[in-house]
Design a protein around this ligand. Structure first.
Ligand code: NDP
Length: 403
């Protein structure tokens, strides 16, 4: 059906490549391009072994728009699946516009010099994509991504009006290291050390990072975890597109060990993104820290346990109050057995493949720049069940964070 170019050969790039290759009737030609071609080749070899499908590889610096445009023009894929880093988003969007190629990503643009999580830069591309007859799908990972689709599903099938949204992301996995991050350490640490903001009565309210904590018991025996309120990018688009939401919060689990290490690293300045001079060389402490931490891709074979990510929505249906929880549980070891990766990359890579499939099949083809919740959730929810991220929905009698 279609040729796709995946950009970024990290943890998520590996999963997307495996999942696209598993659906070779949809993704008939796959090119994996990244800054370091050897990483693309290693993934291509694994994919060949597991699926028999040949993935072509290419070297590209996605921040070099003319170089990427030339590659896209030479290959003419139907679309790009961008799973490089958030810093590359705008450059890849520019190259897609130049080469007439559709676009998808899993994280919103971040300026490298400032940890700002906002859609404004990418939403500003709306007209440019529309004029060219091209589509850009933003945030097709798990959170953002599946969480947006869960919310759209609840708006469509469960509620007349939604009033409160709580997104809860629990990683009950254990990789055995004293401190490691499950995805790109630089992006992860920028996100968790940022000021917390939650939506309440028409505005984002700031609080200190990690200052609001709750206890959450996951379903199906995954366990009870401390979860911390933090800002996450999907809150911006979801509260804009569902204006009846009065309160919107995002929660993530962190172990005491993770927080203890993070606190020390922060206190001694190692998480800073301000450059410092070291023996005549400019060094960004957070980037140096990334280079000494375990590579997230290396956690796959050693991570055990499950993730549980979902949305709880309170609202009204037929004049009555209603509370619904939709979630997915994903097993780290099962992911590794299938695609050589832990569940964090898996839960991001599978929705990236499904988002691309929606576009290739024309189920979600629309000119312009779109967030996931603006499209029909039904075909996406159906594919989540088919391709590795089955979901469950339950009606709750009381809100678990208000007990
Ligand atoms: P990794 O750091 O493992 O991989 C990133 C890849 O991008 C690397 O292969 C890197 O190349 C490549 N890359 C970086 N800069 C460039 C460039 N200028 N040109 C070409 N390639 C480049 O990250 P992850 O796989 O963990 O994450 C990928 C994306 O997924 C990130 O944007 C992350 O924020 C997002 N994400 C989204 C989630 C969601 O649920 N929505 C959850 C988790 C992640 P090299 O190998 O040379 O360094």
């Amino acid at each position: 059906m279609a040729k796709v170019m995946i950009i970024g050969a990290g943890g998520v790039g590996g999963v997307v490549t495996h999942k696209c290759a598993q659906l070779s009737e949809v993704f008939t030609d796959i090119i994996l391009a990244s800054r370091t071609e050897a990483k693309c080749q290693a993934i291509a070899e694994q994919v060949k072994e597991k699926t028999g499908v040949t993935v072509r590889t290419a070297q590209v610096d996605a921040d070099n728009v003319p170089e990427l445009t030339a590659l896209l023009k030479a290959e003419q894929p139907f679309m790009v699946i961008n799973v490089a880093l958030p810093y590359q988003d705008l450059h890849i969007m520019d190259a897609c516009l130049e080469a007439n190629v559709h676009y998808l990503d899993t994280a919103n643009y971040e300026p490298p010099e400032e940890a700002k999580f906002e859609y404004k830069w990418q939403w500003a591309y709306q007209e440019k994509f529309r004029e060219k007859g091209l589509m850009a799908l933003l945030g097709s990972g798990f959170d953002p991504g599946v969480t947006n689709v869960y919310t759209a599903h609840m708006a469509k099938h469960h509620f007349d009006e939604m009033h409160q949204l709580d997104i809860i992301d629990v990683n009950g996995g254990d990789h055995g290291h004293p401190f490691a991050t499950n995805f790109n350490p630089e992006i992860n640490i920028r996100e968790v050390t940022a000021e917390c903001r939650h939506w309440e009565d028409g505005d984002f309210r700031p609080t200190d990072a990690m200052s609001t904590k709750a206890e959450f018991t996951c379903p199906e025996g995954v366990g009870t975890y401390n979860i911390y309120r933090m800002y996450h990018e999907e809150l911006e688009s979801l509260t804009k597109h569902f204006p009846s939401i009065k309160k919107g919060q995002f929660w993530m689990s962190f172990s005491e060990n993770y927080l203890k290490h993070l606190e020390v690293l922060e206190n001694i300045g190692m998480t800073s993104i301000e450059p410092v001079m070291y023996e005549g060389t400019e060094v960004i402490p957070l980037q140096f820290l990334k280079s000494v931490l375990p590579d997230p891709a290396s956690l796959g074979p050693r991570t055990k346990g499950r993730t549980c990510i979902g949305c709880i929505v309170r609202g009204t249906k037929d004049g009555k109050e209603k509370l619904v929880y939709v979630y997915n549980i994903c097993d780290h070891e099962a992911c590794y057995a299938e695609v050589n990766s832990q569940a964090i990359s898996y839960t991001t890579g599978v929705p990236a493949m499904i988002g691309a499939k929606m576009m290739v099949e024309g189920k979600w083809m629309k000119e312009g720049v779109w967030n996931m919740e603006q499209l029909d959730p039904d075909p996406f929810m159906e594919d989540l069940n088919k391709y590795g991220l089955p979901w469950t929905e339950v009606e709750l009698s009381e809100h678990p964070l208000e007990k």
